[in-house]
Ligand binder design. Structure first.
Ligand code: IMP
Length: 181
């Protein structure tokens, strides 16, 4: 059994990645199990930079194969904001709710065609003499009021294309089937 480290302390990401990788012969550990490891500063200007930085640093510290996820929401009429700033859109260490409120206030009065957005996830894998980077996107629309209690982050305000429900209203296995992750 190989050990795979998830280079994150984000509970929402951990839950989803664990479920996506279920069935593989891996012992999966997240940074929640390594409280002594430092927080990796996400100072890159792209998802790619941040994902690689997180995976390289955690691999260097643990010497165990490491998978990272840098992701966020890009609203086209806001020139791809919040983008890499998704986690701290309304400020450092704010709640998901505060980020959602800020985004909804910015989009207030925008017609549906100007509420188009995509989630983007860049995953980086770093192990002994291997580095791999992959990207996924999921297109959808931002609604004007949060709906649903599942998922995390911007899920309550995002309806993926082809559905009438937000990510936060969909069962986890369906979100995982269609999501950027
Ligand atoms: P990161 O830790 O810098 O990658 O920030 C990721 C942030 O993007 C999260 O804190 C969420 O705000 C947002 N995000 C990423 N993936 C998702 C998702 O699947 N659903 C909702 N929000 C997401």
């Amino acid at each position: 059994m190989h050990t795979l480290i998830l280079a994150t302390r984000n509970q929402g990401k951990i839950r989803e990645i664990r479920s996506i990788l279920l069935g593989l012969p891996l012992e999966i550990k997240s940074l929640l199990e390594f409280p002594h490891l430092p927080e990796i500063v996400e100072d890159g200007s792209t998802f790619e930079e941040n994902a690689l930085k997180k995976a390289r640093n955690i691999f260097a510290l643990t010497r165990s194969p490491t998978l990272s996820d840098d992701s966020g929401l890009e609203v086209f009429s806001l020139r791809e904001r919040p983008g890499v700033l998704s986690a701290r859109y309304a400020g450092e260490h704010v709640s998901y709710d505060a980020n959602n409120k800020k985004l909804l206030a910015e989009l207030k009065g925008f017609p549906v065609d100007q509420r188009r957005a995509q989630f983007r996830c860049v995953a980086a894998f770093v192990g002994d003499e291997i580095e791999k980077i992959v990207e996924g996107v999921c297109h959808g629309t931002i609604i004007d009021e949060p709906r649903g209690s599942g998922g995390f982050g911007y899920d309550p305000i995002f309806i993926p294309d082809g559905y009438q429900t937000t990510f936060a209203e969909l069962p986890l296995h369906i979100k995982n089937h269609i999501s950027h992750r």
